[in-house]
Design a protein around this ligand. Structure first.
Ligand code: 5GP
Length: 211
C-alpha cells in the first residue's frame, strides 16, 4: 500500500573516486522501485563510453551560462574547472508525478538543494579508507596528474562535510551500499510526516484523538 503520494527527491553525494556511479547502477538494477535518475548538464568533456543525454547533457560554457541566466537549474556549481547543474524542469515533472528522483551531485549543489527542498533525503557515500579513494582516482586513467590531485584534495574536503547529510553509506561493497540506499528510501517513505496523511485518508477516519 503506497501511503506517501508525493514524489521523493533523493540527493546522493560523495567524493570523486568513491564509486558513486557503480553504486547508482546497482541501485537502478534492483527490482521493485520507481527511481528516475536526474541527468545533469555539464561543460566537461565526455569520458570514453559516456553518451550525451545518458550520463550527462554535454554543453559549452556559453550554453550553460545562458541557462543559468534563464533560471533553468535547480542548483549548479563549478567543480574542478567545469560547470555542473541539475535541470529544474525534469525534477519538477518527476515530483509532480509522484516519482522518486535521484540526484547525484557534489556537496555544494546538495547544500543549495537542502535550502530549496528541505524535504529531500540527503545521502553521503563514503570510502572505507582514504587509500581506497586514492587507488580508484589513479585507476581511472582518463585524467592528468594535476586533475587527479585536485580531485583528491577536493575529495578530502568533501568528506569533511559529510555531517551535513542525513545518512552516511560506506561503499565497502557495491551491493551492500546499494542495499543500504534502498533501505533508506523505503524507510523515508514510511516516515510519519510523509505517510500519515495518506494512511488517515485510507482509513477514512474523520476525527482522530491525538492524546
Ligand atoms: P564527474 O566529472 O566525476 O562526472 O563529476 C564531478 C562531480 O560533479 C561529482 O561529484 C558529481 O557527483 C558532481 N555532479 C554531477 N552532476 C552534478 C550536478 O548537476 N550538480 C552538482 N552540483 N554536481 C554534480
Amino acid at each position: 500500500m503506497k501511503l506517501d503520494k508525493k514524489g521523493l527527491l533523493i540527493v546522493i553525494s560523495g567524493p570523486s573516486g568513491v564509486g558513486k556511479g557503480t553504486v547508482r547502477d546497482a541501485l537502478f538494477q534492483m527490482k521493485g522501485h520507481d527511481l528516475t535518475f536526474s541527468v545533469s548538464m555539464t561543460t566537461r568533456q565526455p569520458r570514453e563510453g559516456e553518451v550525451d543525454g545518458r550520463e550527462y547533457f554535454f554543453v559549452t560554457r556559453d550554453e550553460f551560462e545562458e541557462r543559468i541566466k534563464e533560471g533553468k537549474f535547480l542548483e549548479y556549481t563549478e567543480f574542478v574547472g567545469n560547470y555542473y547543474g541539475t535541470p529544474l524542469d525534469k525534477v519538477n515533472e518527476a515530483l509532480k508525478d509522484g516519482k522518486e528522483m535521484v540526484l547525484e551531485i557534489e556537496v555544494e549543489g546538495a547544500k543549495q538543494v537542502r535550502k530549496i527542498m528541505p524535504d529531500a533525503v540527503f545521502i553521503f557515500i563514503a570510502p572505507p579508507t582514504i587509500g581506497d579513494l586514492e587507488k580508484r582516482l589513479n585507476k581511472r586513467g582518463t585524467e592528468s596528474k594535476e586533475i587527479i590531485n585536485e580531485r583528491y584534495q577536493k575529495a578530502i574536503r568533501e568528506i569533511g562535510l559529510a555531517y551535513q547529510y542525513d545518512y552516511i553509506v560506506v561503499n565497502d561493497t557495491v551491493d551492500n551500499a546499494a542495499d543500504k540506499i534502498m533501505a533508506i528510501i523505503r524507510a523515508e517513505h514510511a516516515r510519519t510526516t510523509r505517510s500519515l496523511e495518506g494512511y488517515m485518508e485510507n482509513l477514512k477516519l474523520e476525527e482522530v484523538d491525538h492524546d
